[in-house]
Design a protein around this ligand. Structure first.
Ligand code: SF4
Length: 92
């Protein structure tokens, strides 16, 4: 069902840029709930994998990733700590 083709017969580049693969790739952003589109971490997360988006948003829209609350905590910690991490990685 998900097979795009055989890499011994079709170059991987042709498979990656095939219409079917492009449609699949854009479906990831096209199917985002409004809740994700307004999320401050959208550029880092993009709603994560569509197969795992089986929760409803607080507004009742379907398609929210089941790890959303944890993802938000992770992105918050990672983005607020990045200057400290960069500082500690500087050679002394
Ligand atoms: S952190 Fe949650 S709300 Fe934000 S983009 Fe990811 S899944 Fe959507």
């Amino acid at each position: 069902e998900y097979k795009l083709g055989n890499i011994q017969e079709i170059h991987q580049g042709d498979l990656i840029f095939s219409e079917r693969q492009k449609k699949f790739a854009y479906a990831k952003s096209n199917s985002l709930p409004e809740y994700c589109k307004k999320c401050p971490y959208l550029q880092l997360c993009w709603g994560d994998c569509p197969k795992d988006r089986f929760l409803k948003t607080p507004e009742g829209e379907v398609g929210l990733h089941y790890l959303c609350s944890g993802l938000k905590k992770f992105f918050h910690t990672a983005t607020t700590s990045k200057s400290e991490i960069a500082k500690r990685l500087q050679p002394h």
